[in-house]
Design a protein around this ligand. Structure first.
Ligand code: NAP
Length: 248
């Protein structure tokens, strides 16, 4: 397993020594009950993108943790907006991470779950066409599937005129997909927050000022303010912070 740019723990219990992948895996872990973890990267001034994409905020350490979080989940939840905009590819894990999953009794790959109200999705997109595990699409009752979508994904209708996210998560859990990782984007995160479904937020803060143009990591409907306790602070040698907040 790679070490790359050193990541160390600032709080609690400063580690001093760089954390290897095994230590990072233990720090993030899997919950002992159904759990929804959300992962984002943002600038110091709260931007969700630079030049329209998250890539300008991310670096090798963030990508390393991003990959570890994928290794740890049963299903990876992404909104259709991010899937389309970031041209999502099929979820792949290297042999080391697949071996870790096998050793822990998990499927070799997590299931990709796409949330879309419109079903404006391209079945030919690699995220669907090359998927190692048949993806699931959560949508609303009367959305019309484009030709070919049901050939490459299970289309699950939850809710009437909008996607009922709580019902969607219950459907996933009924399929044995308990440990969920949401990679955004902002509207899906906002919807999950409004429905009080978020158990954990992993936030990478890049040492950048992006200015007032880009949006935040959350968007959409208003939500009640909720407290989310800080669980750890990791520091990367290049000034990046990795924060983990989770409910008790
Ligand atoms: N910095 C980061 O870590 C990070 C992470 C992810 C994304 N991003 C950035 O975020 C931007 C994309 O944001 P976005 O505004 O398009 O938000 P988004 O949340 O990615 O996508 C919104 C779309 O997803 C579907 N959706 C989301 N929540 C839904 C719900 N509750 N019910 C039904 N459908 C739902 C809808 O798709 P339909 O239109 O198909 O109905 C909606 O139009 C991109 O620039 C991307 O690069 C950044």
């Amino acid at each position: 397993m790679s070490v790359g740019i050193p990541i160390s723990r600032l709080w609690p219990d400063p580690s001093g020594e760089p954390l290897d992948d095994a230590a990072l895996t233990a720090l993030y872990g899997r919950a002992d009950r159904p759990h929804l973890r959300v992962n984002f990267v943002a600038s110091v001034d709260g931007a969700v993108t630079v030049d329209g994409y998250s890539a300008g905020l991310s670096g090798e350490p963030d990508k390393r943790v991003f990959g570890l979080l994928r290794m740890l989940c049963d299903a990876l939840l992404v909104a259709a907006g991010t899937l389309r905009h970031e041209s999502y590819r099929a979820v792949r894990l290297d042999e080391g991470r697949r071996a870790w999953r096998r050793a822990h009794g998990l499927a070799e790959y997590p299931t990709l779950v796409v949330v879309s109200g419109s079903l404006d999705l391209d079945p030919g997109q690699a995220a669907f066409a090359d998927a190692p595990v048949r993806p699931v699409v959560l949508t609303r009752a009367d959305a019309t599937a484009p030709p070919g979508l049901t050939d490459v994904a299970d289309v699950v209708r939850v809710g009437g005129d909008r996607v009922d996210l709580a019902a969607g998560l219950a459907e996933l859990r009924g399929r044995g997909l308990d440990q969920l990782l949401c990679e955004g984007g902002p509207h899906l995160f906002g919807g999950l927050t409004a429905a009080d479904l978020v158990d954990e937020v992993c936030l990478t803060v890049a040492p950048l000022l992006a200015g007032p143009g880009p949006g935040r990591i959350t968007a959409g409907e208003e939500a009640a303010v909720r407290h989310l306790p800080l669980r750890h602070v990791l520091a990367v040698a290049d000034g990046v912070l990795m924060l983990r907040y989770a409910r008790g």
